[in-house]
Design a protein around this ligand. Structure first.
Ligand SMILES: *Cc1c(COP(=O)(O)O)cnc(C)c1O
Length: 395
């Protein structure tokens, strides 16, 4: 990311994207977040900070990753030309590491020597523990007791990487309870502790920070598609959970009015298609809620997409009509997972398979002059056991 290219997030001072976003938190936490927002503002255009981020993206994450032409899939579907942005090739196998390294570098500048995070399925916890090991930061991961039981191997990975995993027993022992515990820790220890959030959600300034660090995805893909095709894509497609890989994949195209922007979510967690405005976890977004305004449980086969809300910027992109959001079914996702594996030799994460599933339906409707860029947010090795089980259950 060169200085001239730094992000152009259209965000009001308090972190509002239209009516969405903001910061709805208790005063003590508000003070901590204000300090964070100031630090982010001052470092995001600092050439030394940007250079340091670029250094680790290249030397540790392995960027830039390719924009691969999916020739066999394109020919088989017979329509738009399909390109895959290969976040699956990053160290740790997904896009999450981009944001994690960015936030830890900011934490260091702020004088923190301790990083805390919460994790549900464990992917964000593993990425955080990885970068904390490399950057010599103490790392504490809060995880619901029930999630710890279900994600034994990820817990072992985090511990192997030197992190301390703390089980949260109260409430339902799930992600939400782990978030509460991590926030208590932050308020008590803010002088030396940094709270690392893993998606484009949460109170200001997290959605803007995550956007900034993940925008490296579309900065690369834009340069790459112009080199390969001499023109911009017709459409950019990404899966949306909290919305971080998608906002990174979309960022550079938001101002390009002729490029369609498409987010794809699970039918079982259709935040965008069925959600209504609400405040959850300290910010306003489109959210699946019951009649009393409590977030509804979701049940996606892709753990990374199992979240009842969505980032505020996506909420605004949706209501303003700039971006389109669609759902795909579990069956379509499983088929896409296998199809990309067979035709391109790339096993996509179940999350990314949502974007692939949409592409498989859409590409044949488009002309051969059209170009689709699909963000492959991560690799699917972590999902093969689950897919095997699901496919055998269908037989
Ligand atoms: C975590 C994860 C996601 C979902 O998170 P976003 O913030 O919506 O990007 C998607 N894909 C992969 C591979 C993930 O690990």
């Amino acid at each position: 990311m060169s200085k001239a290219e730094t992000s152009k997030v259209e965000v009001s001072e308090k972190g509002f994207f239209g009516e969405f976003g903001g910061s709805f938190v208790p005063p003590q936490l508000e003070a901590v977040l204000n300090r964070l927002a100031e630090a982010f503002e001052s470092y995001k255009d600092d050439p030394e900070f940007v250079e340091e981020f670029d250094f680790y993206m290249k030397e540790y994450v392995g960027r830039e990753n390719p924009l691969t032409y999916a020739e066999r899939l394109t020919k088989k579907l017979g329509g738009a030309k399909i390109y895959l942005k290969r976040e699956d090739l990053n160290h740790t196998g997904a896009h999450k590491i981009n944001n994690v390294i960015g936030q830890i570098l900011l934490a260091k500048r702020m004088g923190a020597h301790r990083v805390i995070a919460e994790t549900g399925a464990g992917q964000h916890g593993v990425a955080t523990a990885t970068a904390c090991a490399m950057l010599n930061m103490e790392c504490v991961i809060y995880m619901g007791a029930e999630d710890i039981r279900r994600q034994e191997l990820n817990v072992f990975r985090m511990e192997l990487l030197g992190a301390k995993v703390i089980a949260v027993h109260h409430g339902q022992g799930r992600l939400k309870d782990a978030v509460d515990e991590a926030l208590n820790d932050l308020v008590a220890n803010y002088e030396n502790t940094f709270y690392l959030l893993g998606s484009a959600v949460g109170p200001h300034p997290y959605p803007s920070m995550v956007h900034y660090f993940q925008s490296i995805i579309s900065k690369e893909s834009k340069r790459q598609i112009l080199e390969k095709e001499g023109r911009l894509p017709t459409v950019v497609v990404a899966c949306v959970g909290g919305g971080s890989n998608a906002i990174g994949a979309f960022s550079e195209y938001i101002q390009e009015e002729n490029v369609r922007i498409v987010g794809v979510e699970p039918k079982e967690a259709a935040t965008m298609t069925e959600g209504t405005p609400a405040v959850i976890h300290g910010f306003k977004c489109l959210c699946l809620q019951d009649e009393e305004g409590n977030p509804l449980p979701t049940h996606s086969i892709a753990a990374g997409l199992d979240y009842p809300g969505i980032g505020p910027e996506h909420s605004q992109l949706k209501v303003s009509g700039r971006a389109e959001y669609y759902t795909v079914t579990k069956e379509e996702v499983l088929e896409a997972f296998q199809e990309l594996s067979r035709t391109e030799g790339i096993i996509p994460a179940l999350e990314s398979s949502h974007a692939v599933a949409y592409t498989i339906k859409e590409a044949p409707q488009m002309s051969e002059d059209d170009i689709i860029i699909v963000n492959i947010s991560g690799r699917g090795d972590k999902d093969v056991n689950e897919v095997k089980r699901l496919l055998e259950a269908k037989e």
